[in-house]
Design a protein around this ligand. Sequence first.
Ligand code: FNR
Length: 191
Amino acid sequence: MAYKIAILVGSLRKDSLNRKVARSICALRNDNLDCSMIEIGDLPLYNQDLDESPPEQWLRFREQVGAADGVLFVSPEYNRGIPGGLKNAIDIGSRPYGKSVFDKKPAAIVTVSPGSIGGFGSNHQIRQAAVFLNMPVMQQPEAYLGHVNDDSFDADGCLKEGSLKDLVSVLAHAFSGWVEMIHRSRALLAE
Ligand code: FNR
C-alpha cells in the first residue's frame, strides 16, 4: 500500500533550496510513499472570523492535507523561527476547533539553510506545533541541514552525490518506515 504524503514547504521562493531538498526526498523515498507538494503561498491569512465562511483556498488546503496519510514539513528558518507562510498554513489546517486536518498524521520535520545551524530554531518551533496538534513526529534522524546552497544541486535541481544526499536518503527511508509503522500499529490495535 502507498501512503499519501502531503509536503509543506515553508519557502515560497521559486529557486528555494528547501523545495529542491523536498523534491530529493520524494525521489529517494521508499515505494510505500506517494508524495505531493501542497501549495501554501495563496492562502489568505488565518482569521477566526472567517471560520463560518472560509475562503476557498483554505478549503482546498484542508482537503488536500486531510486526504493525506502523513505530512512532511520542509522549511527554512526566518529570524530563528517558522516562516510566516508556513505558520499561517499550520493555523489554517488546525481549525475549526476539533477538526484539525493534522490530527494523528505521522510527520517529519526537515529544515534547510545555507547557515551552519541548519534552521534549528525553526525546526523546533514546527516540532512544537506538530506535537501540540497530536502528530506523531519522527524523532530520529533529526534533520537540520546546514551549509546547503545552490552548489549542492546539479543543473536539474537534484542533490549532487555526497554526504548531504546520503543524509537525505537516510531521512527519506526513515520517514518511509515511520509512516508505515504508525499506520500498521494503528491497524493492529483496531483488529
Ligand atoms: C533568512 N535566512 C535565515 N537563515 C538562517 O539560518 N536563520 C535565520 O534565522 C534566517 N533568517 C532569515 C530571514 C529572512 C526573512 C530570510 C529571507 C532569510 C536565510 C535563509 O536560510 C536563506 O535565505 C534560505 O535560502 C531560505 O530558504 P529557501 O528559500 O532557499 O528555501
